[in-house]
Ligand binder design. Structure first.
Ligand SMILES: *[C@@H]1O[C@H](CO)[C@@H](O)[C@H](O)[C@H]1NC(C)=O
Ligand SMILES: *[C@@H]1O[C@H](CO)[C@@H](O)[C@H](O)[C@H]1NC(C)=O
Ligand SMILES: *[C@@H]1O[C@H](CO)[C@@H](O)[C@H](O)[C@H]1NC(C)=O
Ligand SMILES: *[C@@H]1O[C@H](CO)[C@@H](O)[C@H](O)[C@H]1NC(C)=O
Ligand SMILES: *[C@@H]1O[C@H](CO)[C@@H](O)[C@H](O)[C@H]1NC(C)=O
Ligand SMILES: *[C@@H]1O[C@H](CO)[C@@H](O)[C@H](O)[C@H]1NC(C)=O
Ligand SMILES: *[C@@H]1O[C@H](CO)[C@@H](O)[C@H](O)[C@H]1NC(C)=O
Ligand SMILES: *[C@@H]1O[C@H](CO)[C@@H](O)[C@H](O)[C@H]1NC(C)=O
Ligand SMILES: *[C@@H]1O[C@H](CO)[C@@H](O)[C@H](O)[C@H]1NC(C)=O
Ligand SMILES: *[C@@H]1O[C@H](CO)[C@@H](O)[C@H](O)[C@H]1NC(C)=O
Ligand SMILES: *[C@@H]1O[C@H](CO)[C@@H](O)[C@H](O)[C@H]1NC(C)=O
Ligand SMILES: *[C@@H]1O[C@H](CO)[C@@H](O)[C@H](O)[C@H]1NC(C)=O
Length: 724
């Protein structure tokens, strides 16, 4: 018997090659080689004792092919995976070959007992190739040498062979148990059929990575597998304890990096480290786990979403008009709420180009919604929002607005006016007032978007801020800042029980309202005439600060003088008589109405009293009559009757000028604001001080308006500089 029996240990070797420059930092210890040839060597593996975590992970890389490491096993390593705790190694195929005179045998074993390595039982298969062969595998699970298994490969004629698969004809395969640490191959000598060696010279058995192996009948008919290697997958792990006990001894705990986690090994007694979700790198090194920039390679967000990397995660943001779908956080869905706060998103969108964006948007709106959206000039508005950073304005969707108001539940109604119904609502966790407009005149529809742009730029502390609108509906819906404490009307008509408004407070409210209207008239561009100034349109916040509201549908002053504004709006009792005759709304119409508000503040009386004689039916005529008869005192609100009469008379005088029948003789809103400011300060000044008659100049006499009256209003200028 000239049999050569090769029983040898499997040696772990690493493929040699010149030193390679590290591709990714931080996989090996500082000063240690991190690769050998094509194979990268992450810590805990290393070349040399000081570069590896322990002897078991010490490798050697040499310019010669076979450089063993001083440990009990050896093999050529093809690849090391840190995150899976696996490596791929070459393993020789065991074979017996015959010809008439010679038996060639090469039988291998591999011993991983007492090492932190195990044969992976999921990826490897025990494969036997040959005709009428029984191949055996003796194996050890952990320390027991007591098991063996095998499979039978049949075939007695070459014609019976088929390339199809390893299924019992010329080839058989079986799996190995979990935790296998030792294997040895052998063949059943009695079964070997020398009759078939004429066409099947060899039988083979091997452990092989299932994925890398494909049966081929030429393996039976030739000697090509003799002295060849297959690749196998080996699990490795750290230590001989579980995570729980490993963590009790921190200095020996291998998961050194922040953002690392510990996992018990699947196949042996030790544990593995892994970087936490969203991190990658080497968990066995301090600072080894690095944030994954999810956005660099393929965009994880839906096609039109923009990816933003975050530590350990990422977020998607959507282009204008879209928002993140809540369920997966990746897809954008149509959503015309444009959160313009973030400059980044605006910059990002600018790259898209407006043309394509518009086409895209259009497709997503329903036909009807699109019709409304277009009619109200939504695209103009959108374009404006897009081009204008810091434009704090939102186009809300129908659904958002419906949700905010609980489907326009009447329980949420906080006001009804000539222009529409106002609901209380919650949008983006903020209280808002939502106004559902009445039908808008067809010819005005197209102007709507344009008006929104102008109105949204109004930024004055005494003007209710327009936050956004919804245009994809039949009648536009406007969303305003919510003002806590209702209308001035409710306060002065005592509808708010127990509230007492002093003269000083009334003066303050009057001044703030006048200042707001002056801003609309003189600082807004183009100028805005309110058109419906009344106490019900002056809101008070929790500090009694006045906020002028409901100028939403007010008429913009035509740029072209020929374009006269020709429809009547306003509220009875406040209407400028000249406006009623000329149908021409001017800033002086607002002044007249404001005069009536001053009267309300002084008298607390209704602006129309149908029970009164005809000439005293309106508050303004009643006031003028009282002035004439010097019976002003009777008309005053009880709450302020005892207060400073001189101050009250100054206000009355101012109101009288506002109510002048001739519009051009009325003071401007700016003059009124200045005058009220003066009276207000005078009142403060009088408080506890000796009255100084020199300060009582004739109301609005020549001395009180000096040069620069129509100059730029500094405060207004500052407040219009919106954005951040
Ligand atoms: C290394 O392997 C190559 C091919 O695998 C072979 O040609 C060469 O002789 C080997 N060198 C040594 C020193 O074994
Ligand atoms: C198979 O692997 C052994 C060591 O594991 C090595 O000596 C031999 O050269 C390899 N053979 C081939 C063909 O790669
Ligand atoms: C090693 O594994 C990595 C990741 O699984 C793979 O991309 C690479 O091709 C493998 N290299 C070899 C030599 O198998
Ligand atoms: C380690 O984390 C990576 C990425 O999260 C994952 O693919 C891998 O399966 C994890 N390893 C183990 C052993 O769970
Ligand atoms: C049988 O194999 C041996 C070793 O490979 C060889 O020397 C011998 O010539 C072979 N005999 C025949 C008949 O092929
Ligand atoms: C394999 O195991 C069987 C059963 O335990 C035993 O009879 C046989 O001798 C073993 N073979 C080898 C080569 O160790
Ligand atoms: C070996 O196997 C026997 C029987 O299955 C079992 O009782 C024993 O604990 C095993 N020993 C080891 C070290 O796993
Ligand atoms: C089987 O091996 C032969 C020779 O190596 C090759 O020509 C043929 O393509 C292989 N068949 C398959 C299915 O791989
Ligand atoms: C675990 O490993 C330590 C040192 O590596 C050794 O002292 C101890 O005996 C081992 N425990 C077991 C159960 O193998
Ligand atoms: C940690 O483990 C090592 C070796 O197993 C031991 O020498 C050391 O005393 C342990 N430290 C603590 C705090 O348990
Ligand atoms: C709409 O406005 C136009 C002119 O601006 C006017 O002729 C028309 O009567 C108005 N329609 C309605 C319903 O108010
Ligand atoms: C505003 O309203 C709240 C409750 O609606 C009330 O408690 C508060 O006193 C009011 N503030 C003023 C200044 O009226």
């Amino acid at each position: 018997m000239g049999a050569i029996i090769l029983i040898t240990q499997l040696f772990l070797l690493i493929l040699p090659s010149p030193t390679k420059v590290a591709e990714s930092a931080n996989i090996a210890l500082p000063g240690c080689r991190d690769s050998c040839g094509e194979v990268s060597i992450p810590y805990p593996f290393g070349i040399g004792p000081s570069c590896s975590m322990s002897e078991a992970f010490e490798l050697s890389c040499s310019i010669t092919n076979l450089t063993t490491i001083p440990y009990r096993y050896s093999a050529v390593i093809l690849n090391i995976s840190l995150s899976l705790g696996q490596l791929r190694a070459a393993m020789p195929i065991s074979s017996k070959c015959y010809n008439s005179t010679t038996k060639l045998i090469s039988i291998w074993e591999a011993d991983l007992i007492d090492t932190p390595y195990r044969f992976n039982h999921e990826k490897n298969k025990f494969v036997v190739i040959g005709c009428n062969t029984v191949g055996y595998l003796n194996f050890t699970v952990n320390q027991n040498y007591s098991y063996f298994g095998g499979c039978v490969s049949g075939c007695d004629r070459p014609e019976s062979l088929s390339d199809v698969s390893c299924s019992g004809i010329g080839c058989c395969q079986t799996s190995i148990p979990k935790g296998t640490s030792y294997i040895r191959f052998w063949f059943d000598e009695n079964f070997l059929n020398s009759e078939v060696y004429s066409f099947s010279p060899c039988v083979h058995s091997m452990l092989t990575e299932e994925d890398g192996f494909a049966f081929n009948t030429s393996y039976i008919t030739t000697q090509q597998l003799l002295d060849q290697n297959t690749s196998i997958v080996i699990d490795w792990f750290i230590g001989n304890t579980t995570c729980d006990s490993a963590q009790t001894n921190k200095s020996y705990y291998a998961c050194k990096s922040d953002y690392s986690i510990c996992l018990n090994s699947n196949s042996g007694p030790g544990y593995l480290c892994n970087c936490s979700d969203g991190y990658e790198g080497n968990p066995y090194l301090q600072g080894g786990c690095q944030d994954i920039d999810e956005c660099t390679n393929q965009n994880p967000c839906s096609m039109d979403g923009k990816c933003h990397n975050l530590p350990g995660s990422y977020k998607c943001s959507c282009p204008f008009g879209k928002r993140i779908k809540h369920n997966d956080g990746r897809d954008c869905e149509l959503h015309l709420s444009l959160l313009i706060g973030s400059c980044a998103s605006i910059v990002a969108i600018s790259f898209l180009g407006f043309g394509t964006y518009m086409v895209h948007e259009r497709r997503k709106l329903s036909k009807l919604e699109e019709k409304y959206f277009q009619e109200y000039g939504g695209w103009t508005l959108l374009k404006k929002i897009q081009s204008d950073q810091g434009f704090g304005f939102t186009i809300f969707t129908k659904r958002q607005v419906e949700q905010a108001t609980n489907n326009f539940d009447s329980a949420n109604i906080i006001g009804r006016g000539g222009q529409g119904t106002v609901y209380r609502g919650t949008l983006r966790d903020e209280m808002v007032a939502i106004k559902k407009c009445k039908i808008v005149n067809e010819s005005k529809k197209k102007e709507f978007g344009k008006e929104m742009i102008i109105l949204s730029q109004i930024n004055h502390k005494n003007i209710v801020k327009l936050l956004g609108c919804c245009l994809e509906v039949e009648v536009p819906i406007l969303v305003y800042e919510f003002v806590q404490n209702g209308t001035l009307f409710n306060y002065i008509r005592r509808k708010n029980e127990g509230s007492h408004i002093s003269l000083s407070l009334r003066l303050m409210i009057a001044y703030e309202s006048a200042d707001a209207l002056a801003y609309l008239h003189f600082s807004a561009s183009p100028p805005i005439f309110h058109g419906d100034v009344k106490s019900a349109n002056i809101l008070l916040d929790e500090n009694y600060m006045a906020k002028v509201s409901d100028f939403g549908a007010s008429i913009l002053v035509p740029a072209d003088e020929a374009e006269l504004v020709t429809f009547v709006q306003g509220t009875c009792g406040y209407l400028d008589p000249e406006y009623l005759q000329t149908c021409q709304l001017t800033n002086k119409s607002d002044v007249y109405s404001f005069g009536v508000v001053l009267l309300e503040l002084l008298t607390g009386k209704p602006v129309i009293d149908f029970d009164a004689p005809e000439e005293e039916r309106s508050l303004s005529s009643r006031f003028l009559v009282a002035i004439k008869k010097k019976k002003m005192h009777d008309l005053l609100d009880d709450e302020i009757k005892g207060d400073d009469m001189k101050v009250i008379m100054e206000v009355a005088n101012l109101a009288k000028k506002c109510l002048n029948m001739k519009a051009e003789e009325r003071p401007t809103m700016k003059e009124i604001a200045q005058e009220l400011d003066r009276i207000r300060k005078l009142k403060q000044h009088l408080w506890g001080q000796v009255y100084n008659s020199h300060e009582m100049e004739p109301l609005l006499g020549e001395t009180s308006h000096d040069a620069g009256y129509f100059g730029r209003d500094k405060e207004a200028e500052e407040s219009i500089a919106f954005g951040r």
